[in-house]
Design a protein around this ligand. Structure first.
Ligand code: NAD
Ligand code: MG
Length: 398
């Protein structure tokens, strides 16, 4: 493969670090043009010293000053703010953009990458949950290449007919022989916990995922299974699937990362150890393959792979996500924004675990249903959802 120039947004996070780990294994294949980070300035500086990017982006002036001091004497230029994130995502010399910021903050730079026709390596699922229709339209209009990093969607991408992703395909799953997408979920740390003890769950218990080491927000989302709910919405847009064509299956070992069922009864799956460097390396090198540094899968050692249906009483957030998807319009963006607020409140110990789903349900009942005509409408819905969630959080604070 020819040398690829890369921007990594959210370089200091879990996905960002794994991306740079794969990149470091192939210095002849990848050149880093820009890195971004929010709080871990020392770590960002260390990454800059290792990868020599042209630009490093942070969000405020104080962090910029601190980073500049750490990078004195290097060639890396420090830029500040959302516009700078959009700038480094759309630079003409950049081929690929790893979109690995967490939350709604990742939307604008991911859109900037799509609108400039980049290869977009999309980890930030919130982009598709909030603005799936607009984002997919931007990808089509500007001939961008969209490669999913989320392990399930990467597995689906690998298990789908290649023709499905060629330009001008009609996006009709059935016409390509596909009956359903089977989205696997680990079930998180509370899959078998006694239902009447869910009320006592602490942030420490919620972020201790049995199979994956991830950022805090997605770890809590995995515990509530909101993560799977967001992934159902993500799959809806990535693969033009109707909600009834997406089924969630619990698979506690996290070895089968998702499956595609065909009309003839065949089910194709992608398997690997739970290590994000596999989907990252797949997308970095696509359509070629490169080594990712992961352990080889030893199925005889694993022995047993099990599957079960999700229990919506245990995981009401999954039901809420299907509800928001069915409601359409601004509902998924409302759910996503309210979820960011309640997860932050839970991590701050301002609300108990069970209030996460209860608050989201209440926000959806109050706000869902507005039609959406523009990105502005989505931003308005996002702000209203955060304000309503904050009111409810304050009212129910522990
Ligand atoms: P993380 O919290 O470890 O890292 C987030 C990154 O975004 C950091 O670099 C941080 O500095 C930056 N950031 C945070 N807030 C920001 C803001 N307001 N503006 C700009 N930058 C900001 O998160 P993560 O686990 O790496 O997840 C990143 C994205 O990838 C999320 O959307 C998540 O859902 C998705 N994802 C992660 C995993 C995983 O294994 N970690 C798997 C699938 C999908
Ligand atoms: Mg996932």
């Amino acid at each position: 493969m020819t040398m690829q120039s890369l921007t990594v947004l959210g370089a200091t996070g879990s996905i960002g670090v794994n991306t740079l780990d794969v990149v470091a294994r192939h210095p002849e294949k990848f050149r880093v043009i820009a890195l971004s980070g929010q709080n871990q300035i020392e770590k960002l500086a260390q990454q800059c010293r290792q990868f020599h990017p042209r630009y490093a982006v942070v969000l405020d002036a104080a962090k910029a000053q601190a980073l500049q001091a750490l990078l004195a004497g290097t060639d890396t230029e420090v830029l500040v703010g959302m516009e700078a994130l959009e700038f480094v995502a759309s630079l003409p010399e950049v081929d690929s953009v790893m979109a690995a910021i967490v939350g709604a903050a990742g939307l604008r730079p991911a859109l900037a990458a799509a609108r400039t026709g980049k290869r977009v390596l999309l980890a930030n699922k919130e982009t598709l949950v909030m603005a799936g229709q607009f984002f997919m339209q931007a990808v089509r209009d500007h001939n961008a290449t969209l490669l999913p990093i989320d392990s399930e969607h990467n597995a689906i991408f690998q298990s789908m007919p290649a023709a499905y992703f060629q330009r001008n395909n009609n996006g009709d799953l059935k016409a390509h022989g596909v009956r359903r997408i089977l989205l696997t979920a680990s079930g998180g740390p509370f899959r078998t916990r006694e239902l009447d003890t869910l009320k006592d769950i602490t942030p420490e218990q919620a972020i201790a995922h049995p199979n994956w080491v991830m950022g805090k927000k997605i770890s809590v989302d995995s515990a509530t299974m909101m993560n799977k709910g967001l992934e159902v919405i993500e799959a809806r847009w990535l693969f033009n699937a109707r909600p009834e064509q997406i089924e969630v299956v619990i698979h506690p070992q996290s070895i089968v990362h998702s499956m595609v069922e065909y009309l003839d009864g065949s089910v194709l799956a992608q398997l690997s150890n739970p290590d994000m460097r596999t989907p990252i390396a797949h997308s970095l090198a696509y359509p070629e393959r490169i080594e990712a540094g992961v352990n080889w899968l030893d199925l005889a050692k694993i022995g047993t792979l099990t599957f079960e249906a999700p229990d919506l009483r245990r995981f009401p957030c999954l039901g809420l996500a299907y509800q928001a998807l069915a409601a359409g319009g601004a509902a998924p963006a409302i759910l996503n924004a309210a979820n960011e607020e309640v997860v932050a409140a839970f991590l701050d110990r301002r609300i108990p675990y069970l209030a996460i789903a209860e608050t989201l349900d209440a926000v959806l009942q109050r706000l869902a249903g507005q039609p959406v005509e523009s990105l502005e409408d989505l931003m308005t819905a996002d702000a209203a959802a955060r304000a309503t969630a904050q009111q409810l959080i304050t009212a129910s604070s522990v």
